[in-house]
Design a binder for this molecule. Structure first.
Ligand code: 76R
Length: 285
């Protein structure tokens, strides 16, 4: 308390605008079109070999201890297959992309799109607390002491949040993935709102979301600097109608109603590596 008197007054009024975030697994979504017309004329033995090689790779990835992958059969024209990979580093994501490219099956796979991001937990609530406490103690934002304190806050949170930053691949039957931005319009601009106001809206957002806790698993990934939108949203559920209900309800929530802008939506049905042959040939092989 007494120390704040000795410090410059300005320090206590400056609150950095950026919320603290925690980063976990790197995430790559690959949307792939299958070249049915090139595949169909292959001899059965060629098909079997290609499927064995690719499903061997998928089996390994699906069971990987340190970040898993999942295969989805996509609905609609945006692709036939979607692969979702969680890995501790971009190097590993890059390696598995290359491994897939080197398979025989890759001859028949065409990327329709992809998305690179990293699992992100936004810490609005604890950010506000930490910034306020530091300001009250008269510690100037971005000073060495401030950075040390913030680093400690992040390290503590990261330890506590480890299971959410490095999750297992959800086992639900359906996935819904879409990228999104927060609006930066002339009238409405998320990035010019005071941090307290953004924290309030995010807290309301969390309350709506938590009502769906048992039915939907949500994984938010951040993609600023990595891909064309600011976030990627992955929802996993055993009933796809839950996606519609949750997303509809969220549209009325202030932060979505006023500030959300959406990219394309991708929906898929989960398939195990051992079902790849069935997907491509209509039978197990
Ligand atoms: O409470 C918590 O621990 C987490 C709170 C939380 C954050 C920080 C949370 C909860 N989300 C957060 C961040 Mn979310 N979320 C979306 C969408 O369709 C739309 O309108 C928006 C897309 C859905 C459906 C959704 C669902 N969320 C974010 C961010 C980062 C923004 C930032 O940091 O500025 C985005 C872009 C975003 C978007 N959110 C939840 C859900 C659900 C279901 C929850 C509750 C999860 C749970 O508690 O299990």
């Amino acid at each position: 308390m007494t120390t704040s008197i000795a410090r410059p007054q300005a320090a206590s009024t400056e609150m950095p605008p950026v919320p603290l975030t925690l980063e976990g697994y790197g995430v790559l979504h690959q949307m792939l079109r299958f070249r049915w017309s090139a595949w169909r004329p292959l001899r059965p033995s060629q098909k079997t070999e290609a499927i064995h090689e690719a499903s061997g790779l998928l089996a390994k990835w699906e069971q990987n201890a340190n970040g898993q992958s999942a295969l989805f059969s996509m609905l609609g024209h945006k692709g036939d297959l979607m692969l979702v990979h969680f890995r501790p580093s971009f190097d590993e994501l890059n390696q598995l992309e290359l491994q897939l490219s080197r398979t025989r099956l890759n001859e028949y796979l065409e990327p329709t799109t992809s998305y690179l991001s990293v699992i992100e937990l936004g810490l609005y609530e604890s950010t506000l607390k930490a910034y306020k406490t530091l300001a009250e103690r008269g510690i100037e934002a971005h000073s060495e002491e401030w950075k040390r304190e913030i680093e400690q806050t992040i390290a503590r949170q990261k330890e506590a949040m480890r299971p959410r930053l490095f999750p297992e691949m959800p086992k639900h039957r359906y996935i819904c993935f879409y990228p999104m931005d927060r609006r930066r319009g002339e009238e409405k601009n998320w990035y010019t709102l005071p941090i307290e106001e953004r924290a309030r809206q995010m807290s309301d957002h969390g309350l709506v979301g938590r009502r769906y806790a048992g039915e939907v698993k949500q994984i938010i990934t951040g993609s600023m600097g990595f891909d064309d939108w600011e976030w990627g949203v992955d929802l996993f559920a055993d009933d796809p109608m839950v996606f519609k209900k949750l997303i509809y309800e969220m549209r009325f929530d202030e932060v979505s109603a006023v500030y959300a802008q959406f990219g394309h939506f991708y929906v898929g049905v989960r398939r195990s590596w051992c079902e790849l042959g069935k997907l491509l040939n209509g039978q197990n092989s």
